[in-house]
Design a protein around this ligand. Structure first.
Ligand SMILES: NC(=O)c1ccc[n+]([C@@H]2O[C@H](COP(=O)([O-])OP(=O)(O)OC[C@H]3O[C@@H](n4cnc5c(N)ncnc54)[C@H](OP(=O)(O)O)[C@@H]3O)[C@@H](O)[C@H]2O)c1
Length: 451
């Protein structure tokens, strides 16, 4: 049994109050019996409790807030490994922890590379150096992004770009996977950018920041002969849960396609300008949205079976969505009677002529075929009973529109904010979007069954 691996283990989790971190903690605490879980949270227990109470129905929030085997540590990641924690906590973690899951990060796609070097790269490097000193470290798990390799879109001529579960070098030398990373990191700290970043077309600085962070982690681990202790999980576009903590679990700010649905809903005109190089974008362009519980299970299963290196947490070629299906779901969700049609141009994905959802999200109009061989291989080794109880692969048996119904509250909330920002009358959000139930009002299966 996969979950037995965690019995008696001590974990340290950053970003445990975020979208993915919450799903990981819930899964861990309901399926396994770890000896203890320490969670880093800015604002400590009070903040963690209020975040979970806001994003979850009460019985699920209680599973987290009342757990006897979980301690919330009031600290913050920065450019030192101290995390604002007392020295005795730092020493205790160093002595005791077996598994460190690093899920905390800024997910602000538009932040500058300089900002991201403080909020993503420096904290990740500090944490890696610290974790590699742990006496009992079995795994350091880093949450990266499948789009660390999105620069391949511009390098490839294909309209469906295959991406493997490995590091792609940026200097054209296939032997340098991570050796150059420290020098590039110094260059970035001095200049606020790097030559390799300037000479590649990443959709957002965030994608490059994660790319470099991956290489810095691997370089540090290789120096210490500890590459087998590194697991890099690369989610694509994270979406609502198929199953746990409850079907439809989501948040407003961590599911990019919810923001796209909101922007579509309040668009006052009949056309939205998007960029692509696909000849037939409605059919050829794809969106790889992966349910958050698939991300959590891939992370926990690969850790348990001892996987190392890069692992995609994606829907993959078989389960990703055609852009047309994504778009039709948005249309169905919009309350006003006219439909907004995509108008495709061959312009660059950074072009200022595009609609703001395309300018922010960039990858609308692209198609990536993310490999998931490592998860297929693990699935082959599991018993059918194990597999049946795991969410290793996205469930696409329901139409995509169903997933938007669960997000109505969040779409409405984001639409109100977007209307304000774009000086559209706030009442438009009410006219264009359904209201939906806030998360606290969702009933989970068990509650219904026992009612
Ligand atoms: N969501 C996606 O679509 C997606 C896709 C690909 C990869 N990822 C990656 O997956 C990871 C988790 O993402 P998510 O969607 O769960 O993000 P999220 O919901 O925004 O959660 C981020 C978490 O990180 C914490 N955090 C941020 N900066 C911190 C700092 N300086 N010190 C301590 N904690 C800090 C936040 O704590 P506070 O509550 O204190 O703010 C929050 O708990 C990230 O590494 C992200 O890059 C996400």
């Amino acid at each position: 049994m996969i979950w037995e691996y965690y019995n008696g283990k001590i974990l340290f989790v950053t970003g445990g109050t975020g979208f993915i971190g919450t799903a990981v903690l819930y899964r861990l605490l309901t399926q396994a019996t770890p000896k203890h879980v320490y969670v880093l949270c800015r604002g400590g227990f009070t903040k963690a409790e209020s975040k979970w109470n806001n994003m979850l129905p009460v019985s699920i929030a209680n599973t987290l807030t009342r757990s006897k085997c979980m301690t919330i540590l009031d600290g913050e990641l920065g450019d030192t490994a101290t995390m604002n924690l007392p020295d005795e906590d730092l020493q205790m973690l160093k002595r005791r922890v077996h598994i460190l899951i690093h899920a905390a990060s800024s997910i602000e796609l538009k932040n500058s590379l300089r900002e991201l070097s403080y909020s993503v790269i420096a904290p990740t490097l500090c944490l890696t150096k610290y974790a590699l000193k742990f006496q009992n470290l079995e795994k350091f798990v880093f949450l990266s992004s499948a789009y660390v390799n999105a620069h391949l879109w511009k390098l490839s001529e294909s309209s469906d770009v295959a991406v493997q579960e490995r590091v792609y070098t940026l200097d054209g030398k296939s032997e340098d996977i991570y050796e150059s990373a420290p020098a590039i990191w110094r260059e970035l700290q001095t200049n606020g950018t790097s030559q390799e970043y300037e000479s590649h077309d990443f959709p957002w600085p965030y994608a490059y920041a994660k790319h470099l962070a991956e290489r810095l982690i691997l370089q540090k681990a290789s120096e210490q002969n500890a590459l087998d202790k590194i697991l890099i999980i690369r989610p694509s576009v994270v979406g609502p849960a198929d199953e746990f903590p409850y079907h439809g679990f989501t948040t407003s700010y961590s599911t990019p396609s919810t923001a796209c649905a909101a922007a579509y809903a309040i668009h006052p005109r009949r056309k939205i300008v998007l960029a692509t190089r696909c000849e037939n974008p409605d059919q050829e362009a794809t969106i790889d949205e992966v349910p958050v519980d698939v991300v959590a299970d891939r992370l926990l299963v690969h850790t348990a079976v001892g996987s190392s290196g890069c692992v995609h947490a994606v829907s993959g070629e078989k389960r990703r969505l055609r852009l047309e299906d994504w778009w039709v779901a948005f249309k169905n969700e919009r309350r006003l009677p006219w439909h907004v049609k995509p108008v495709w141009t061959k312009e660059d994905w950074h072009s200022s002529n595009l609609h703001h959802i395309a300018r922010n999200f960039k990858i609308i109009g692209t198609s990536f075929a993310f490999a998931e061989d490592k998860s297929d291989q693990v699935a082959d080794t599991l018993t059918s009973d194990d597999l049946e109880h795991l969410n290793l692969f996205a469930d696409r048996s329901r139409p995509y529109h169903h997933s938007l119904i669960h997000r109505r509250h969040h779409i409405h909330h984001l639409a109100k904010q977007m209307a304000k920002k774009n000086k559209i009358p706030a009442c438009m959000a009410g006219l264009f979007c359904h209201k939906g139930k806030p998360p606290q009002h969702h009933q989970i299966q068990n509650e219904k069954a026992t009612a």
